[in-house]
Write a protein that binds this ligand. Structure first.
Ligand code: ATP
Length: 779
């Protein structure tokens, strides 16, 4: 006989006292009659089983399983007296206590530390991606070597032995004026000599005209020009310059850059350290290129200490092209696309500028002076043009002087005095002074322009969206409403949400030092149709508070975090962090917050420990304390065993742990954690809760989003539920539970043979035991 086992979960909402004892007595009595195989009530969750099993498996692990009741107790403790130490201490707490009194660096020691950490990060990127660096360098060197070997470098016509027999029988004309004995004797001997060689000597009257040398009767000898050398170099230089955008774009698109700025890095230290590393890398590659010049015999660029001049030209080019690549990288959202397109830009800008230069030179008289000046000045804005001109003129100058000195003249060589005495660093037609000055100035201009853009871009964007687009949108919306004559009713607002709004408004002048204050914050994405991601939220979060932001997917939680950390601009409303307005001083705000975003913005080429050390330096942890500081966070996130592994090998959960640790580091007053425990195992989650609780106790305000209600219950002193960008309820978990009702769940397993009525009977039994509309029975 087939027997089905049905598992029935019953949610019972009870008004007043629990009736479990009576329920269990009745269930026991009617167990057989109702066909119930087993029943029970348990407060031991599977998570607790998991914790216990882990504890047994690893007796070293210092995690005590806690029941839900303990979590509740902890929450209760926090609510009732936040600053009182908890009655039960954990090892993670004692280790966190060790770092509580660290004095963070500021001023010059902080700049130095930040510069150090940013430089090391950059160097590690090149070092760890050595295959890419090696491949790139190999391509540059091989291509340049190949192209240079195809040129006629250092070619000199060989000495030739002239012999008339090469030309068959020839007539050698002669003419003698006067009757000198010597001349007659020479003629006689010449006749004998030529006869032996089967040649004929014939006397002619008058003067024999000296034949003019033409290109046709001499071996053609064309020396290599400087522009040819430049074309050989162009590809290598383009590839190398293009590579400077790689890490820049990667860090921006993965938001690793944003997190570094949120961790307090200064704009100058971030970019100057990058520039310094890129120039060192450029210098090393240029040294190898000089080796190629030696191998290929490009004496003009290496002989007689000329390698110093060449290196100076290269470094000036590097100084101007690196900031230009940083600027160009802002246009791309993929590092591969940026690399390819910027390399092509560099290559073609060299090639086209050479073509334009040649056209201007050969059609000098046909092109109006104004057009010529405009073209040349425009070209001088390009580092590649200045490099091309500097190298080619330097090469040509050397070759002309060398060949003219050795009298290796030919029709292609102009040994004009002007050229022989040319000062190569002069500002004249054949000097490179103006190109070098241009390279130096361009580097400074591009760098300042880039830093200016980086520092003002956010404010500019904020101004455009906050002041201009929002006002235009409001006018448009009001006009539309007026024409449609629609009476829009004010949306219902929960009393607690309304009270919070009033609290913010009335206490606004006195609460300016609160860690976080939001007044009527709104964010609209101007898409078609417009997306109102956050709508008029007002909130005040005090020190020691852990505030939970709950909501369905797409409710607007992440957008709120993005605004509060300066990743997105506000559309309207006020955001104050420590009393500082986000629209007025985003830089100051960023150094006062910690942020764990929803995605994992990792520098994958580093190990977990290296990354934490980097962020500890950015936050200003003094060097002697860094080791202990980082160890504490590794321990608090249960990451010790993964500390020395590369981040790209980390599991999703471990990446979350690392991100959360980064967010909690430093002396920030507000920490935003966007679903920090997603993907974390229960052990790590408990450790995270402990760490967050400890952080709250040190005075930080923590704002957390989570889809785990248990987590919110365990951590949050207050929480709000967001729906379509608005707060729909707000208060402490207990307050919300009281307000929106208690739910109890009874789980029973019923063995049903053939008589299906037992299920209906059981339902009826429950309905009579717990009468009222609020009892629901489900399968
Ligand atoms: N860049 C954007 N452009 C247009 N709309 C956007 C953009 N970013 C977010 N949105 C929209 O804003 C709303 C809020 O999104 P948000 O990411 O803040 O939700 P969330 O509450 O964090 O969701 P989840 O729980 O899935 O993380 C969604 O409707 C989303 O589609």
């Amino acid at each position: 006989m087939k027997a089905d086992v049905w598992v029935i979960r019953i949610a019972i909402m009870v008004d007043g006292t629990l009736q479990f004892e009576a329920l269990f007595n009745d269930l026991e009595k009617k167990q057989k009659e109702l066909g119930i195989a087993s029943f029970g009530a348990s407060i031991t969750t599977m998570e607790e089983v998991f914790l216990k099993v882990n504890k047994l498996a690893d007796s070293q692990m210092d995690i005590r399983p806690t029941t839900l009741l303990k979590s509740k107790k902890r929450r209760q403790d926090m609510k009732e007296n936040i600053s009182v130490p908890r009655s039960y201490e954990r090892p993670v707490f004692s280790r966190l206590n060790d770092i509580a009194n660290i004095k963070f660096n500021s001023g010059f020691p902080l700049y130095r530390q930040q510069f150090h950490s940013m430089f090391v990060k950059r160097a590690l990127f090149s070092w760890r991606n050595w295959k890419l660096s090696l491949l790139q360098t190999a391509v540059i060197l091989l291509v340049t070597t190949y192209l240079l070997t195809t040129l006629n470098l250092n070619y000199e016509p060989p000495a030739r032995e002239m012999d008339l027999s090469q030309y068959g029988r020839t007539i050698v004309p002669y003419s003698v004026s006067g009757n000198s004995d010597v001349a007659l004797k020479i003629i006689k001997n010449l006749k004998i000599f030529l006869k032996l060689k089967n040649q004929e000597l014939r006397e002619v009257q008058g003067k024999i005209h000296r034949k003019k040398e033409t290109a046709a009767n001499m071996k053609i000898y064309v020396p290599t020009s400087g522009l040819q050398i430049v074309l050989c170099l162009a590809f290598g230089m383009a590839v190398m310059a293009g590579s400077f955008c790689l890490q820049t774009v990667t860090e921006r698109t993965t938001k690793a850059k944003h997190i570094q700025f949120v961790s307090g890095v200064y704009l100058l230290t971030y970019w100057l350290s990058a520039l310094l590393w890129d120039l060192i890398y450029f210098f090393v590659t240029c040294c190898l290129l000089l080796g190629v010049f030696v191998y290929c015999g490009v004496d003009a660029l290496v002989a007689d200490y000329h390698f110093l001049d060449t290196m100076m030209i290269f470094m000036l080019y590097g100084w101007s092209v690196v900031p230009l690549m940083y600027l160009g990288s802002l246009l791309f959202s993929s590092s591969a696309a940026a690399y390819i397109k910027l390399t092509l830009f560099n290559y073609f800008s060299t090639a086209f500028s050479i073509v334009i230069h040649i056209i201007i030179k050969y059609y000098e008289n046909d092109i109006p002076q104004f057009t010529r000046t405009l073209l040349v000045n425009t070209l001088m804005m390009l580092p590649s043009y200045n490099l091309a001109m500097s190298i080619s003129k330097f090469f040509d100058d050397y070759e002309v002087k060398k060949r003219c000195a050795r009298k290796l003249k030919n029709i292609y060589l102009d040994c004009d005095k002007k050229l022989i005495e040319n000062n190569i660093y002069g500002f004249g037609e054949h000097g490179i002074g103006k190109f070098l000055i241009s390279l130096a100035a361009l580097g400074l201009i591009y760098l300042l322009l880039f830093l200016c853009l980086e520092s003002t871009f956010w404010s500019l964007k904020n101004f455009v969206y906050h002041k201009i687009i929002f006002n235009v949108y409001e006018i448009f919306r009001k006009c539309k409403k007026a024409t449609a004559s629609i009476q829009v009713n004010k949306e219902y607002e929960d009393k607690d949400v309304e009270d919070e709004r009033k609290r913010v408004l009335t206490l606004l002048p006195n609460l300016k030092r609160a860690p976080l204050l939001l007044n009527d914050l709104t964010k609209i994405y101007y898409k078609c149709p417009v997306v109102k991601a956050v709508r008029n939220i007002s909130l005040l979060v005090q020190k020691y508070e852990c505030f939970g932001l709950l909501g369905l997917n797409g409710a607007g939680k992440t957008t709120t975090f993005k605004i509060l950390t300066g990743e997105e601009t506000t559309t309207s409303g006020v955001v104050l962090i420590d009393g500082i307005s986000i629209t007025e001083n985003i830089r100051k705000i960023r150094s006062r917050i910690g942020y764990c975003p929803q995605s994992d913005p990792m520098l994958n080429h580093m190990t977990g420990r290296e990354l934490l050390i980097m962020y500890a330096r950015l936050r200003g942890v003094p060097e002697p304390d860094i080791y202990m500081y980082v160890e504490t966070f590794l321990h608090s996130m249960h990451l010790e065993t993964h500390a020395d592994k590369y981040i790209y090998t980390y599991s999703g959960g471990n990446k979350r742990k690392l991100n959360t640790a980064i967010a909690l580091m430093g002396k920030s007053s507000v920490v935003f954690l966007d679903e920090p425990s997603t993907g974390m195992d229960p052990v790590a989650r408990r450790l995270l809760w402990d760490t967050v609780t400890w952080m709250c106790k040190t005075g930080k305000a923590i704002i957390i989003t989570s889809h785990s209600m248990e987590e919110c219950e365990a951590l949050c002193t207050r929480l709000a539920i967001m729906v379509k960008g608005q707060f729909k309820c707000l208060g402490s978990p207990q307050h919300l539970r009281n307000k929106f009702g208690n739910v109890y769940i009874l789980t029973a397993k019923i063995k049903i043979d053939e008589n299906e009525d037992k299920l209906a009977e059981f339902k009826e039994f429950i309905a009579t035991t717990f009468p009222g509309k609020r009892s629901r029975v489900g399968l």
